[in-house]
Design a binder for this molecule. Structure first.
Ligand code: G1P
Length: 277
């Protein structure tokens, strides 16, 4: 069975980009001229996930407007050379169904995913954190993960080897590699370098089996008071329920300025090569 739904936790404040994110969702920050979340939705679609669930919060209405018709604007540019600039987003709106729910308090990624339960229901689903901007070809990262899901029928996390001095920003796995995937035995959320079980960090792409919701309801928040998806995945891992994929491609952490600027330069150069702009 293919996976139809993809969840986008998008309630966070994006304080690292203030003042840009004072009135604008961080997911709407553009890489060249396309918002981060649109890249994410395109990646979900590439894996056949056309039902898009977005967990939003206060100040995020621009996301809903982006994935909707804009009659006035479309009318204004109809018949001009600018019409083509809306072609991609118009196609996305035609092909996807969008649903939204609000996370009233920011209590961690696990909490955001649990809030998304009413958009997902009882079926496996993808999760994309839009500020992890991934470039991969010919298969997108979510397509690569879907192939692994089809083989193992369990939760899948995307892995990237990161330097030890940055390991404490991520969930980190312990596990053994076989047949190109890691059988995850356990995970630690944001460990100090000396306590990290490996240098394999979980990045913002997941495929989750729906039992994750029941687990999230039962586990306790971590020290920070946040409900961690890593802790829920740990429960699945104890029953051989999690595999990790070191994906092929590049990831830019657009939650911070360095990654955002690198992603912008990379994408601009790629577009110039393609269109000779
Ligand atoms: C979350 C997860 C972490 C994961 C990261 C990927 O952290 O808790 O395990 O490695 O996303 O981006 P956050 O970035 O929300 O602090």
């Amino acid at each position: 069975m293919s996976i139809r739904k993809c969840l986008f936790p998008a309630a966070g404040y994006g304080t690292r980009f203030l003042p840009a994110t004072k009135a604008m969702p961080k997911e709407m920050m553009p890489i060249v001229s396309k918002p981060l979340i649109q890249y994410g939705v395109e990646e979900a679609m590439s894996a056949g996930m056309n039902e898009i669930g977005i967990v939003t919060g206060r100040g995020k209405r621009a996301i809903e407007d982006h994935f909707d018709k804009s009659y006035e604007l479309e009318n204004q540019i109809a018949g001009t050379g600018k019409e083509g600039l809306l072609a991609e987003i118009t196609e996305i709106i035609a092909q996807c169904r969008f649903s939204y729910t609000r996370q009233v308090e920011m209590l961690g990624l696990g909490h955001a995913i649990l809030i998304g339960e009413n958009l997902i229901g009882n079926e496996p689903f993808g999760v994309i954190l839009a500020d992890d901007y991934c470039v991969a070809s010919p298969d997108s990262v979510m397509q690569q993960m879907l192939k692994i899901y089809e083989r193992y029928q369990c939760s899948v996390v995307a892995l990237e080897e990161v330097p030890l001095d940055r390991i404490s920003r991520y969930g980190v796995i312990d596990g053994l590699e076989s047949d190109g995937v890691f059988r995850v035995s356990s995970m630690v959320e944001k460990p100090q370098p000396e306590l990290a079980p490996s240098q394999l960090a979980i990045i913002g792409r997941y495929i989750l089996t729906p039992d994750i919701f029941e687990i999230l309801r039962k586990i306790s928040p971590g020290n920070s008071g946040e409900l961690h998806i890593t802790d829920a995945l740990n429960v699945q891992a104890r029953n051989d329920g999690v595999v990790g994929l070191k994906f092929k491609g590049s990831r830019f952490d657009c939650g911070g300025l360095d990654g955002f600027v690198a992603a912008t330069n990379y994408t601009y150069d790629a577009l110039k090569m393609e269109f000779g702009a």
